[in-house]
Each structure stands twice: as structure tokens, then as C-alpha cells.
Design a protein around this ligand. Structure first.
Ligand code: UDX
Length: 435
């Protein structure tokens, strides 16, 4: 199939590359000429395991092209995916101006001679956005143009995006038009994944409902962790015990500092806003957000309890990314934690396997902070170690080295990466979440 993707952000670039990998002819459009030049040179502007090799291979095979021209994209692609940002607005609603602009641009490039086109929304959008896209394209396209609109939400996780795209749990296709549906089914034929066909509104809603449910699982286990702490139980065992029930499942029951990233916080806010707009306020999700925010404050209080004051304290901070296997620091709880400690006068020596440069560029960490590639180096003379991101490498460290290097052997583990027994054996005072 001939496919065009508009927007080469996380979702657009990885989806376009994976469509090419399974044999489709893909044109990726981005309005940023520098980005297009970088991609044409075979470089990928984000850290995503396996992606750069796939981009290079598919560009070399002639199946993957990059351009700044929407007109070229609309000409090349029978199916045109919109994968542009849908950022949050201060009231929690979604800013759909990029989607609207792209819908208009596509419409203006359509001609009756090009033939039928399918316009697919891949960005995460509020329910009923498909209707608006359809109306907009209809309004701006010349008479006689034939097209169908589809919603095809993306469920990839950063850090394992390529695998998630090539082997998805499910593909959701929302379409009210059989002709468009047939094109979409052909696109997904090479993927061995169950396809769920729905109407457009349901597909749009599935994405927000799925992310909200996952966030709910995280807040649930964090609330349980707090009860474990108060009662002397171990949240790791509790998560294992409830997760063994197939109806519940063990994943997304890792207690910690709470969820962050560019999706969950934004999507939960958006879903709350949508529910209110539709007159069906989703109070449960407000509680999910509150538990998530409180989790960081509780952790900070635990640190304060031991250190008493942050001023003149040197802190080793392991983790800046919002989660493991990514260099992304957007809405990172680790960054927020660092900000709060810096504001109270702490000195921070931070490390992260991938996110040091993005954290520097992000520019939100102001104050007495230095960055180190060697994680042991951060410990020298520090008053404590804080683990804030769940990088597996942090779990494999030499604990005796931590004890040796810290000024006082105090560890706060915000992701339950270390084993309390091992920490005790290494003479560490060890404080984690819910155990
Ligand atoms: C998420 C969804 O998983 C994905 O389906 C959707 O397309 C985009 O949003 P992502 O933001 O990449 O993906 O990360 P994810 O792995 O879901 O983690 C989100 C946050 O939750 C991270 O901050 C992570 O640290 C936290 N988390 C995750 C927990 O605190 N506990 C868990 O058990 C799982």
C-alpha cells in the first residue's frame, strides 16, 4: 500500500518506519526542514531502541521517504495518517489546532483526479474529533473529491515502540465507511495482530479509556503501597498476589513515584475534561491524579524526615527520564523531584543512562546541579542516594560501593529496584515504597 504519514514525532516516525518495514511504500511529511534533512541522512532525532537501524534500512530499500511537502504526501499516499501533536491546554482540554491545520492542508491538496483517499487520525484525540476532521476536509476540498475518515489510535510505549508497533496486542480501526475500512485492513494484513473494528467515536474513546485505566492501576497500587507502609505489609508481595489473578494481571502494578511522560498526565486530564463536557464527570480519574501527585510529596517528606533540611545537602540522583529505556524527560517525576530539592537549596549530582542531554536541553533544572555519566561518581561525599527512574542498570549495582562512597549510607528508592535484604546486608539504611 502507498501510505503517507504527516508528522514525524514519536508516533509518526515509528509508525511510518514500521509500515515500511512490513513492505508498504511510505512517505513521511514534516514541516521542519532540519528534521527532514536529519532523517534523510539516516539519523533519528529521538532515542528509541532499534529505530535508527530500521530507518536506515528502509530508506536504503526505497520504501521510506521524507519530505516537507504535504502536496507530495497527499499525491503519494492512498492512505494519509495524521500524527501531529495534540498538546494539553491549561484547562485540561486538548489543543486540536495542529490536527485542524493538517486536515485543511490535506483538503487543499486533494483533487478529484487523485482518486479516493483515506484520512486516518493516529494522534490521541477526544471523542468526536473524527467528525470535525471530516467536516473540515469536506469544507476545504474542491468539489468532487472522494475520501473516507478513520480513527486508528496508537498504543506504543516509548522505549519499546518498534516492538509494540510490529507486534501490537491489538489494532483498533474506527470507521463508518466500508471502503476506508478495506484499505485499513490491507495495511494491517502483514501484522499478526487481532484487529478490532469499531465506529469512529468508539475508537477515539478506546485510547483515552485504555490510558486512563493503566494510570488507574498505577495509582491503585500506590494507594495500596501506602496502606502497606502503615500496616507493615510488603506491596511487592501484594502486587504479585493480586496480579496472579488473570482478571487483574501483574503489569502496571509497580508501586513507585507515580506516572509521568508525555501521555498519561495529558490523557487523563483530557479524559476528565471530555467527561465533564459530555455531562458525565469522571470523578474517579480525579482521585487517580490526586494519588499520583501526592505520591511525590509523600516521598519528599520521607527524605525530609531523614535529612531534616535540604540546604547544604549533597544528593546523588539516579534517573532523570520519565521511565526506563528512554531519553524523554517530559512530565518526568524525577525532574519534578529534583526541582523541588534544588528549590530548597540542595546540591544535586545527577546521572541517567540516556537522558542527561535532554534534561540539560529541557532547561527546567535550575540551581546547583551537575551531571555525571558514571553513576558511582555521583555518590562521592553525598548525604544520600535517591533512585527516581526504573532503569534496570540501577538494580544491578554494587551495593558495597554505594555504602563506601556515600558520606552517610542512606538510600531512598522511589522505584523499589533494590532488594531490602541486600541493602541491609550492605549496611545501607534503605527506604523504599510500600515495604
Ligand atoms: C503510555 C501507554 O503505555 C501507551 O500504551 C500509550 O500509547 C502512551 O502512553 P508511555 O508513556 O510510553 O506509554 O509509558 P509507560 O510505559 O506506559 O509508563 C508511563 C508511566 O507510568 C511512567 O512514568 C512509568 O514510570 C509509570 N509506571 C508504569 C509506574 O509507575 N508503574 C507501573 O507499573 C508502570
Amino acid at each position: 500500500m502507498k501510505i503517507t504519514i504527516i508528522g514525524t514525532g514519536y508516533v509518526g516516525l515509528t509508525s511510518g518506519t514500521c509500515f515500511a518495514e512490513v513492505g508498504h511504500e511510505v512517505t513521511c511529511v514534516d514541516n521542519n526542514p532540519d528534521k527532514v534533512a536529519t532523517l534523510l541522512a539516516g539519523q533519528v532525532p529521538i532515542y528509541e531502541p532499534g529505530l535508527e537501524e530500521l530507518v536506515k534500512q528502509n530508506v536504503a530499500a526505497g520504501r521510506l521517504k521524507f519530505t516537507t511537502s504535504t502536496e507530495e504526501g497527499v499525491k503519494n499516499g492512498e492512505v494519509i495518517f495524521i500524527a501531529v501533536p495534540t498538546p494539553p491546554q491549561p484547562d485540561g482540554s486538548v489543543d486540536l489546532s495542529f490536527i485542524e491545520k493538517v486536515a485543511r492542508e490535506i483538503a487543499q491538496c486533494l483533487t478529484p483526479e487523485l482518486g479516493y483517499r483515506v484520512i486516518v487520525d493516529k494522534s490521541t484525540v477526544p471523542v468526536k474529533t473524527g467528525d470535525k476532521v471530516e467536516q473540515t476536509v469536506r469544507r476545504y476540498a474542491p468539489p468532487g473529491v472522494e475520501f473516507g475518515v478513520v480513527s486508528n489510535p496508537e498504543f506504543l510505549r516509548e522505549g519499546c515502540a518498534v516492538d509494540d508497533l510490529l507486534h501490537p496486542d491489538r489494532v483498533v480501526i474506527g470507521s463508518n465507511d466500508d471502503r476506508a475500512l478495506a484499505y485499513m485492513q490491507k495495511i494491517y494484513e502483514p501484522f499478526v495482530a487481532p484487529v478490532l473494528v469499531t465506529d469512529i467515536n468508539s475508537a477515539e474513546l478506546i485510547k483515552h479509556a485504555a490510558n486512563s485505566f493503566l494510570a488507574l492501576k498505577i495509582s491503585y497500587i500506590n494507594a495500596v503501597a501506602n496502606i502497606c507502609e502503615a500496616s507493615g505489609a510488603d506491596v511487592e508481595k501484594v502486587a504479585e498476589g493480586i496480579g496472579m489473578d488473570k482478571r487483574i494481571g501483574r503489569s502496571f502494578l509497580n508501586a513507585g513515584l507515580g506516572y509521568g511522560g508525555s501521555c498519561f498526565p495529558k490523557d487523563i486530564k483530557a479524559f476528565i475534561h471530555i467527561s465533564e463536557t459530555l455531562g458525565q464527570p469522571f470523578g474517579l480519574l480525579k482521585e487517580v491524579e490526586k494519588i499520583n501527585a501526592d505520591q511525590l510529596d509523600r516521598f519528599l517528606n520521607k527524605i525530609r524526615e531523614k535529612l531534616w533540611v535540604f540546604r547544604e545537602k549533597k544528593i546523588a540522583l539516579w534517573g532523570l527520564a520519565f521511565k526506563q529505556n528512554t531519553d524523554d524527560v517530559r512530565e518526568s517525576v524525577a525532574i519534578r523531584l529534583a526541582q523541588k530539592m534544588l528549590a530548597e537549596g540542595a546540591t544535586i549530582r545527577a546521572t541517567d543512562p540516556e537522558a542527561i542531554e535532554t534534561a540539560k536541553k529541557f532547561g527546567e533544572l535550575k540551581g546547583d546541579i551537575t551531571y555525571h555519566t558514571d553513576l558511582y561518581e555521583t555518590l562521592d561525599d553525598a548525604d544520600c542516594l535517591i533512585i527516581a527512574t526504573e532503569w534496570p542498570a540501577f538494580a544491578k549495582v554494587d551495593l558495597t560501593e554505594i555504602t563506601k562512597r556515600l558520606r552517610t549510607p542512606l538510600v531512598f528508592d522511589g522505584r523499589n529496584l533494590l532488594d531490602p535484604k541486600d541493602a541491609k546486608a550492605a549496611n545501607l539504611e534503605y527506604i523504599s515504597i510500600g515495604r
